[in-house]
Design a protein around this ligand. Sequence first.
Ligand code: B12
Ligand code: SF4
Ligand code: SF4
Length: 354
Amino acid sequence: MDHEISEILKQQGIERFGFAELNRPLTMDFYLSWLADSKHGEMSYLQTHAEKKSNPQLLLPKANSAIVVALSYLPHPEPHVSKSFKAARTALYSRGKDYHHWMQARLNEVCGALKLKYPKYEFLSFVDSGPVLERDLARRAGLGWIGKNTCLIHPKQGSLFFIGEIYTNLSLKNDQPMVTDHCGTCQKCIEICPTGALAERSLDARKCISYLTIESKSVPPRELRGQIGDWLFGCDLCQTVCPWNIKFFKKEIYLESQELNRADLVSDLNFILSSSNKMLAKTFKDSSLSRASGNKLKRNAIIVIANKKLIELKEMVTSYQEHKYFSELCLWAIKELNDGAVNSHCVRPSNLRE
Ligand code: B12
Ligand code: SF4
Ligand code: SF4
């Protein structure tokens, strides 16, 4: 039966997968202590999900196994979106369509094909947002080890992939052993993290740029703003520094922004700040960037403007000063711009903004 399932997955174009028994995650205690230390910040859903993460049968009664799938995002499988930036720096995973939609749809198709073959059994798929401890599950399915950057890494494919899974009441045999830890004495991810968010295999989300630019609704604390650098959405540093990604992606990954055209960056950030939130939502509807609301994108843009000393956008930043959410951030950004200003010409603030 396991062989037939493998064939169905391959027919559906899924090459990298494994099976895991559905029981309490091996790292559940770590997860609970991580929550108890409040390292999840504002992501209260992680707390709510704890019970179902611990007991997968609460999601699908009598579930025995999970089919765990890894899909690489370099190159991005769904790169075409209505608008992408020319120069603003966004995480590699986000440079395409929102995987919560297309990957979920692909897994739903796989569930459909499995149901056809095994009509008496149940299949339920999740991608990212479900109450599943995905890295733990994928590790148990033999898809990689958990690195010191907390990412799941495969010795032959690096870590630049998404994880999704299908719960089922079929009993599937796990035929891939867990991958042994290949981090050794390396500490590169911990050393490069600009905000010091990483300790070995534990990430303080409250300090992670990915959290600060995507998940958190708050304006980042002053002491972390400078470290966000030019990241507009997400961060890849602890992965792009990893020798296991460098080995497989070589010239496709960068630590620094690629040679940036300042005018393009100004144009991207100006677009964000001069658009209404409604317009931003419409523009990025199909893209991963839709995970951040208009105000979050604007907040991030103001931080990048300050950090990159884009004095051309000072007037635009100033135009947000009266807005309750942005006012303290604007004061900080204007001070940063004044401190580092070299030359100035203003961009006309748009009346499209809310
Ligand atoms: C919340 C969340 C975040 C938070 C917190 C991340 C974190 N490391 O905790 C933030 C917003 C910061 C984030 C960032 C990113 N995320 Co995220 N995130 C999640 C989410 C929804 C939950 C993760 C979670 O429960 N975190 C809590 C901590 C405690 O759990 P954990 O990270 O899984 O850590 C486990 C290990 O560290 C392990 N562990 C701890 N100590 C030890 C010790 C030993 C010896 C061992 C073996 C294991 C071990 O136990 C922990 C609990 O199981 C998952 C999807 C899901 N449903 O699981 C995606 C997920 C983990 N994210 C993903 C991605 C792609 C990212 C980013 C790369 C996006 C980006 N470029 O900006 C970054 C990577 C940052 C990083 N270094 O982790 C992918 C990871 C794929 C992979 N190859 O690992 C996932 C699986 C989404 C998906 N479906 O593909 N994310
Ligand atoms: S994603 Fe960036 S900020 Fe977050 S832990 Fe990795 S290097 Fe640090
Ligand atoms: S950078 Fe080094 S320590 Fe960090 S995950 Fe990669 S191999 Fe492990």
